[in-house]
Each structure stands twice: as structure tokens, then as C-alpha cells.
Design a protein around this ligand. Structure first.
Ligand code: NI
Ligand code: MN
Length: 224
């Protein structure tokens, strides 16, 4: 399975047959690796409703027919737009032929561009034999230690940019709590308020924890 970073908090998980697209903010994203018209998706997953996450969900879902998994309030809004939605809440798991996704807490706020207020989430994605935890937008919190208790995390996709989320220093604590084999940073350097030093994050995590940090430029992939 390949994890391809598409810029900001957008990732594509793919094994060649199935493509899981997460937080497809491409139009208007200065770091987008592809255009929304070129995005592939078998399933679309959303952490929360902010514009830099919901992004191009409607156009990509309409073009591809991919079902969208989002917390119930966002799923309600997207369902009214005619999309095929799955509407779990925190703690809920949605199963697909390729695996499953579970919503876990994230400490943040969220309102969609259309005004639907919703609770943000992290996503625990089991894709084949690989478990990927997309933290969404969040500060660090101690319950992150519970996320991998029953499903040890292979890859954590972790915000590090600060200002709207935890910064790279708090994210080292998050990496320690989560204990993933691999950490891939995201949600940094897209806009001036979230500029950070990703190489300092990498060396701090690798000195403090057992995790390896893989820094991906937009468009680059990591093979799991
Ligand atoms: Ni947000
Ligand atoms: Mn965000």
C-alpha cells in the first residue's frame, strides 16, 4: 500500500485497485500536488468540515461516485447534495471491502463552509494489513495513547504546523503517546501562520521515541 501526500492534510492510500482519499483540499491549496479533476477515489474520508479539509469533496465524489465517510452532521449536509454518504459518530466504525475506518476524538473546532457545525475527528483506517491514523486537526491530548491500544498504529499522519493545530514540539509528545512505527507530518508550510521546521520535528521525534519520521514533499509517496 502506498501513502501519497497531496499537500496540506490531503493523502491518498492506494494498493493499485482501491484508492482511499482523505481530506481532498486541492483547489486553492498552494501546495496541492494534483488538481481536483485528476484525483482518484474509491472512498473519500473526512476528518472535519473546515474548508481546508472538506475541499473538493463534492466535485470528486460526484465525478467518481465514491462514498464519503464523515461525522453525522457533515454527512447530512453532503447527503443533501446528492452524495453517497456514511455517517458515523465518534467511536463508530464503517466497513468496506478494502478495510474500515473508525472515528476517534480530535480537539479542534469545525464548521463547514456552508455553516454546518460539527465535531472534528481523527480517522483510524485499516487498509488491508496496514493501520493508518490520520489525526485530523488537533492539539495534543493524553487519550491519543488509547487510539492504538487494540489496533497498533503503523503510520500516523500528524499535523505539526501550530497556530490552528498542535505545533512541532507538542507533536513530539503526540508521537510518543501514539507509538506508531512511522510518522508522516502534515498541515504545515501551506500558509505563513503554519510554517515550521519539519526536519527539526523529525530529529526530535527520532531522539525521543521509537518512531521513524518520513517527511514527504507534496506528490511524494511512502510504501507501507
Ligand atoms: Ni481545521
Ligand atoms: Mn486545517
Amino acid at each position: 500500500m502506498d501513502v501519497r501526500f497531496l499537500g496540506h492534510a490531503c493523502f491518498e492510500l492506494s494498493d493499485g485497485d482501491t484508492t482511499v482519499l482523505i481530506d481532498p483540499f486541492l483547489t486553492g491549496n498552494p501546495k496541492a500536488a494534483i488538481s481536483a479533476d485528476d484525483a482518484a477515489a474509491t472512498t473519500i474520508l473526512l476528518t472535519h468540515g473546515h474548508g481546508d479539509h472538506i475541499g473538493d469533496t463534492v466535485s470528486i465524489a460526484k465525478r467518481t461516485g465514491a462514498p464519503v465517510v464523515a461525522i453525522v452532521e457533515i454527512a447530512g449536509e453532503l447527503g443533501e447534495e446528492g452524495l453517497d454518504v456514511r455517517d458515523p459518530n465518534l467511536g463508530g466504525t464503517v466497513k468496506f471491502e478494502w478495510g474500515s475506518v473508525k472515528l476517534v476524538p480530535a480537539w479542534h473546532t469545525s464548521t463547514t463552509p456552508k455553516g454546518t457545525v460539527n465535531t472534528p475527528a481523527g480517522l483510524v483506517i485499516s487498509f488491508g494489513d496496514t493501520v493508518v491514523y490520520h489525526l485530523g486537526d488537533t492539539c495534543v491530548f493524553s487519550d491519543m495513547a488509547l487510539v492504538g491500544k487494540h489496533t497498533p498504529i503503523d503510520i500516523a499522519l500528524m499535523c505539526i504546523g501550530g497556530h490552528y493545530t498542535m505545533d512541532r514540539v507538542d507533536a513530539v509528545d503526540a508521537a510518543e503517546l501514539i507509538g506508531a512505527k512511522t510518522v508522516i507530518p502534515c498541515h504545515y508550510n501551506t500558509f505563513p501562520p503554519i510554517e515550521t521546521d519539519e526536519e527539526a520535528f523529525k530529529s526530535d521525534v527520532e531522539s525521543a521515541t521509537q518512531s521513524n519520521v518520513v517527511v514527504l514533499e507534496p506528490g511524494q509517496s511512502h510504501s507501507a
